[in-house]
Design a protein around this ligand. Structure first.
Ligand code: HEM
Length: 330
């Protein structure tokens, strides 16, 4: 009996151990000995940037999401195409408006000066995301590091893996689940839309031509009718203002707070992918709870979910490489 019991229990324990070790590959303070100033070097530059060009905070945070969702958090988003017949992730439309590549290059150059070939570009993106959020008055969390950089970057993968701004709740849930992220991670991480700007083309259909009729009443029923004139005041019909920028969280788009949830709860989230968080009981309950609460719970959850996202498909140990320049394979 006892032997039978253990042949069943032991493999299960082994599986748990293996799963545990997959998570444990990253480590807080991974560069403690090899590059003790690594995190301080990143933070110093992000502090400077957030003072002189605070609107770069949004795209710099978004880089981490767009990196992790395509081939894992391996800085594949930063690689240049090898030639024009093999476009890279950065050439995909959803990535075309990312800004801040120079900031990343400056940080990487400073790191190379201090500790050559030691700190990965993938970790740089993870640390930048944390520093942007905390310097924008949001939460601070410890970032597990030890990621290595990938050598492959393919445009079509970015097109397939990144959720679209017209996504419905079931696609969002399944795209997050495919990355090992929960429904809670989805709603918590969407709270990043408290920071930054979007282009008018992401909302024009919702305010002018939702069902294709294009008359004055053809607006998205999921959008607060009283909010439509405000948005129309900012964005004219296509193509006039297609690439004009609007604040996603008007009034506090440079500070990380929980007002995103207040907006979504009032049916004033900018994208359809924000509005649909009211369509699922779990995401809806979270939105409504955060809408009227101090940001304590959201701040704590955000750090946890960012660490979860930062675990997606990481390369560690002898996998990949430590790039010398983030745009180029060694
Ligand atoms: C849930 C699925 C998501 C969708 C469909 C989505 C979509 C978008 C879109 C369409 C924009 C506007 C881009 C532009 O017009 O330039 C945007 C901006 C942004 N997103 Fe998301 N996003 C999602 C999740 C996330 C996550 C998980 C994060 C980070 C944790 C994030 C962070 C940001 C930030 C910071 C901006 C502002 C960028 C800037 O200021 O340039 N998003 N997102």
């Amino acid at each position: 009996m006892a032997r039978q019991c253990c042949t069943i229990v032991f493999p299960a324990a082994l599986v748990l151990l293996l799963l545990g070790s997959a998570d444990a590959q990253l480590e807080v303070g991974f560069y403690r000995k090899s590059c003790p100033n690594a995190e301080a070097i990143v933070r110093a530059e992000i502090s400077r940037v957030m003072t002189v060009a605070p609107t770069l905070g949004g795209p710099l945070l978004r880089f981490f999401f767009h990196d992790c969702f395509v081939r894992g958090c391996d800085a594949s988003i930063l690689l240049n195409a090898t030639d024009s017949s093999n476009p890279a992730e950065k050439d995909a439309i959803p990535n075309s408006f990312l800004r801040g590549y120079k900031v990343i290059d400056t940080i990487k150059a400073n790191l190379e000066k201090a500790c050559p070939s030691t700190v990965s570009c993938a970790d740089v993106l993870a640390l930048i995301a944390r520093d942007v959020v905390s310097l924008a008055k949001g939460p601070y969390w410890e970032v597990p590091t030890g990621r290595r950089d990938g050598r492959v970057s393919i445009m079509s993968e970015a097109l397939n893996m990144l959720p679209g701004f017209t996504a419905n709740i079931s696609s969002l849930k399944s795209q997050f689940a495919a990355q090992g992220l929960s429904v809670k991670d989805l709603v918590v991480l969407s709270g990043a839309h408290t920071l930054g700007n979007a282009h008018c083309f992401t909302v024009t259909n919702r305010i002018y031509n939702f069902s294709g009729r294009g008359d004055n009443t053809d607006t998205d029923p999921a959008l607060d009718k009283r909010y439509v004139p405000k948005l129309r005041g900012k964005c004219s019909p296509l193509p006039a203002d297609a690439i004009k920028l609007i604040e996603m969280d008007p009034g506090s788009f440079l500070s990380f707070d929980n007002s995103y949830f207040t907006l979504v709860s009032k049916r004033r989230g900018l994208f359809e992918s924000d509005a649909v968080l009211l369509d699922d009981s779990e995401t809806r309950a979270y939105v409504l709870r955060q809408a009227n609460a101090p940001p304590t719970e959201f701040f704590e959850d955000f750090g946890v979910s960012m660490v979860n996202m930062g675990n997606i498909g990481v390369l560690t140990g002898s996998q990949g490489e430590i790039r010398k320049q983030c745009a180029l394979r060694n």
